[in-house]
Design a binder for this molecule. Structure first.
Ligand SMILES: CCCCCCCC/C=C\CCCCCCCC(=O)N[C@@H](COP(=O)(O)O)[C@H](O)/C=C/CCCCCCCCCCCCC
Length: 238
């Protein structure tokens, strides 16, 4: 497939939609980033030594709702995130749902039952451990991006902040075509001020303050997961 026309299409379809959709959706959907980030606080258990899967997924669902207000240009991203959230929700709702209540119990259950493909996707292509690893890598991107937004100046370009965060995290795991598609889509991101408005938190000062309070919880969730995956040698699951 020739990548170029695809990129042009992507941009053309998104540019007009974005300007209108942002204001409309922020008023109608009442997306509030504070509430979403609180999910990452409430998923921490046992003195930050475990994570509740249900609340972790609630956080991601809120983020996807926000991403959907960005228009069709990011639908390839939100579709993938939704697929992975659904895989995890199915485990939670399934017969062994209790084993998936926390990240620690999920890892123990899947590893002890040989339910994880460790070197090649074969009999367990969508294990909980593997699926959560993809979300975990994306959480690193979110952490970096929101921290950059928090410390940025008013005239900073969100596309630059986003692509720097992406290049330092998720891009390392994505093939060329996805990296290129993502880098083109970043140009369709709204300005820093518009971003702050749709977060629906308050003035830019309040947004910055809220991010300063909430991001440490995202970091705790990320750090706990990273440590757990390092200990069990799960960071390279195919
Ligand atoms: C107001 C600021 C708040 C920011 C809110 C951001 C909302 C973010 C919501 C979702 C984030 C993206 C989640 C992406 C999950 C990607 C997981 C992944 O890496 N999947 C790949 C590997 O999966 P397997 O093939 O191994 O199963 C998959 O190939 C990827 C497909 C889609 C492309 C992902 C591109 C990621 C770009 C991330 C930046 C999004 C920019 C949004 C800007 C707000």
């Amino acid at each position: 497939m020739c990548a170029k026309p695809f990129f042009f299409c992507l941009l053309r379809s998104s540019n007009n939609i974005l300007c209108n959709r942002f204001k409309m959706d922020s008023a109608e959907d009442k997306f509030c980033l504070r509430e979403v980030l609180v999910s990452f606080k409430s998923c921490l258990l046992n003195d930050d030594k475990d994570v509740l899967v249900e609340h972790y997924l609630t956080g991601w669902k809120g983020l996807v709702r926000f991403m959907n207000t960005l228009g069709t240009v990011f639908s390839f991203v939100s579709k993938d995130a939704v697929t992975k959230i659904q895989i995890m929700e199915n485990y939670l709702k399934g017969d062994n749902g209790e084993r998936y209540r926390t990240l620690r119990s999920m890892v123990e259950y899947e590893l002890s039952g040989n339910l994880v493909d460790l070197t090649k996707r074969s009999s367990h292509p969508d294990s909980g451990c593997r699926t959560l690893l993809r979300l975990h890598r994306a959480l690193r991107w979110l952490q970096l991006f929101l921290e950059k937004l928090r410390t940025s100046s008013e005239d900073s370009k969100t596309s630059t902040l986003c692509s720097e965060a992406y290049n330092d995290s998720l891009a390392n795991y994505h093939p060329w075509l996805i990296r290129k598609t993502a880098s083109v889509a970043f140009f369709a991101l709204p300005t820093r001020n518009t971003f702050f408005e749709v977060m629906n938190v308050g003035s830019p000062d309040v947004v910055v303050e809220m991010l300063g309070e909430a991001l440490p919880y995202v970091s705790k969730v990320y750090d706990f997961t990273q440590e757990l995956y390092v200990q069990r040698n799960l960071l390279d699951l195919p």
